[in-house]
Design a protein around this ligand. Structure first.
Ligand code: SF4
Length: 451
């Protein structure tokens, strides 16, 4: 009993330390058509994502364009309304706050935009762009205000004399520094960085990423970093979340996800990372099949239309979240033997309504007829179908496929390491051979022979 109390108490403390907790978050945009503009469906931009962030962490959301990364960031900041789920910031549900409470919270949750050109007013001098919001929110006393803005600008690599200049007088990298200073001046705890370097060239990207990391260390900032550039993500992240068609299909620490990507989509994504070695043979996984529409995603696993490991169960059942190793969670039936950590099937009214719509629109004549006759409920039909599929493709076979893939992946990693060792040994041997030709003591001999 005492132990139970202690574990409850420690869990409460852990929850109290969480900066951000996103639970089953969904953002659906209605599709309206006809003269009466009736809602005929939904674009499921974010479809049931859950994760937690602790102070000082950086979590990166990666995935193809249109997978819902930006919408997730905006919904977390309450800039785009949610359809379901909760967003808790320091234990407070931000969607339950009234206008006054939300205004008080705003400085603590900031956003850095993708495009530094269009996110700055061309008519305001830089000093005013940075100072406007802290003045409104009374971040520092009036007497210290100018010194505070100068310090923020200096921390972001800008000079105090830049205050009177206008955005068009700056380069792309400097403009992004202005955007960072504008967010930082509000003394935030959490910043959503929405592709902050994708509009910049590579050398400037490195400067901005290093600046963000320095500021994080200095101000104990927490970032949600949205990007599709995996090399940038590898540099800055603590945690990685991989999104596909609105789902968070894999999440874990950077080390785990990069060393052992588990989800077939993550494997395909990571196989495209270029290796700076001309002799290295890339084993790129090409995804076949078209990307489904988020307005009409496939049943079961949304990735099944493009997955090379697709099984019968994948077409019927949404994969739950399996914790394959501590903190490394994947939504894929290949890992069916691992413990389930979360129930991704929503239980709210909207989800039930959409499930009914999906069943009605599925064109399954037998199911439709049976439902109409009242012989079987829609849920019973689905469970009957699943039982049949499970018989055809037993769980043992599923686990074998998962294990086989993991072995292949480990062998592939070993081969890569062996190749690299071979190249390093050859390079060292070449250097040893070349060394006597340039040795300083031999120079006299070389000169003599030339004479
Ligand atoms: S659940 Fe099935 S279709 Fe989806 S990623 Fe896993 S193996 Fe592929």
């Amino acid at each position: 009993m005492a132990n139970h109390k202690t574990s409850n108490a420690s869990q409460t403390t852990r929850e109290a330390q969480e900066l951000l907790s996103v639970r089953h978050l969904k953002t659906y945009f209605p599709i309206k058509s006809g003269v009466l503009q009736r809602v005929t469906g939904y674009v499921k931009a974010v479809d049931d994502i859950s994760f937690k962030l602790y102070p000082g962490q950086t979590m990166s959301l990666v995935g193809e364009s249109g997978c819902g990364k930006t919408t997730a960031g905006r919904t977390i900041l309450r800039l785009t309304p949610k359809s379901a789920g909760d967003v808790l910031f320091e234990g407070k549900d931000i969607y339950q706050l009234d206008a006054q409470e939300l205004r008080a919270l705003r400085p603590q949750m900031q956003l850095i935009f993708q495009d530094p050109y269009s996110s700055l007013s061309p008519r305001m001098p830089v000093g005013e762009i940075i100072a406007e919001a802290p003045r409104q929110h009374h971040i520092v006393p009036k007497a210290q205000f100018d010194a505070y803005i100068d310090k923020i600008m200096k921390d972001c690599g800008l000079q105090p004399y830049h205050r009177d200049r206008y955005p068009h007088e700056f380069s792309g990298g400097q403009r992004q520094r202005i955007c960072i200073a504008r967010a930082l001046a509000l003394n935030p705890k959490f910043i959503v960085c929405d592709e902050p370097v994708s509009a910049l060239d590579v050398s400037i990207q490195a400067q901005i990423i290093n600046l963000l990391m320095d500021l994080q260390a200095q101000y104990n900032l927490t970032y949600l970093f949205i990007s599709h550039d995996l090399s940038v993500v590898e540099h800055i992240s603590d945690l990685i979340g991989v999104m596909y068609l609105g789902d968070l299909v894999e999440r874990g620490t950077k080390k785990e996800v990069f060393a052992r990507p588990l989800h077939p989509y993550t494997q395909a994504l990571f196989s495209a990372i270029p290796v700076p070695d001309p002799d290295y043979k890339m084993n790129r996984i090409i995804l076949e099949g078209s990307i489904p529409s988020p307005a009409n995603p496939p049943a079961g696993c949304k990735f099944h239309t493009r997955c090379r490991y697709c099984m019968a169960i994948c077409k019927q059942q949404v994969p739950p979240s399996y914790e394959v190793e501590p903190g490394h969670v994947v939504n894929c039936h290949l890992y069916a033997g691992s413990p389930v950590v979360d129930d991704l099937v929503g239980s709210d009214d909207m989800e039930q309504q959409l499930t009914r719509e999906k069943l009605a629109a599925s064109g399954d004549i037998a199911a439709g007829a049976a439902t109409a006759r009242g012989q079987l409920s829609a849920e019973e039909i689905v469970s009957e179908t699943l039982k049949e599929e499970a018989r055809a493709d037993s769980q043992g076979a599923v686990l074998d496929r998962g294990r086989k893939w993991m072995q292949e992946r480990e062998q592939q990693l070993e081969r890569m390491q062996a190749d690299r060792r071979q190249v390093e040994t050859a390079a060292a041997a070449l250097q040893d051979e070349a060394a006597p030709a340039v040795r300083p003591d031999d120079s006299s001999k070389t000169e003599e022979s030339l004479k």
